[in-house]
Design a protein around this ligand. Sequence first.
Ligand SMILES: [Zn+2]
Length: 270
Amino acid sequence: MPELPEVETVRRSLERLIAGQSIVAVQVREPRLRKPVAKNFAAILTGRVIHSVGRRGKYLNLRLDDEHVWLVHLGMTGQLTVCDPQTPLRTHDHVVMTLGDGRALRYNDPRRFGLMLVGTATEIEAAMALGVEPLSAAFSPRYLQEKAQLTRRTVKDVLMDQRVVAGVGNIYASELLFRAQVQPSRLVPTLDAEEMTRVVKATKAVLREAITHRGSSISDYRDGEGQPGDFQTRFRVYDREGQPCRTCKDPIRRETHGGRSSFFCSTCQV
Ligand SMILES: [Zn+2]
């Protein structure tokens, strides 16, 4: 599933490719995404100009020239890409648009866990219901400490709770906890101030590095031009069960809870 670095990479490529473009035609070929695409979706978007392409957590927010915001969540396998209109339609191209300059903007999503809706800025903010941005100053050791007092969940669960901090998923939670030298199964109230600070610093550092490497392509993720990222070659723990830790050479371990795998080094992380 695309996490913050992948969505930010898509945002940057789309901002370059489509900001300032008008939407001249919209065709919803398959409305059954995570929630059905609204019947008036095409009517609201047609004729609008895409003012800017923003991001909040794992969501893309495309601001239109009439104060509407077009919200896109890529779900598990969504791709929003710009292409030549002559490119043959693919099986899972669910929403297809024509831009003012003749190019096509297409949303492809084999598993259909993505989300697409339009609304006012206030409606969109409410629909997302997100916590702070991890790369903003609002995500601080103090903030995490305050949230930690309210819960007895594991540090990994808290970091992946979008209402606490928006944009971290399973891959980057594993990677940043390795960087912070904290095991994913630790309950948050057991973290001391120094560990809390390390977790916050590692979150920002790992996300920034992943953005620099244009995200991680482990399955379907592509940016707005259809290009993959390469951060997956730099994983320290994610999907490396049994392989030697890049720091201490001990095998990386995998534990599953709540249907999700956590990868960690039991020597480097306490
Ligand atoms: Zn290690």
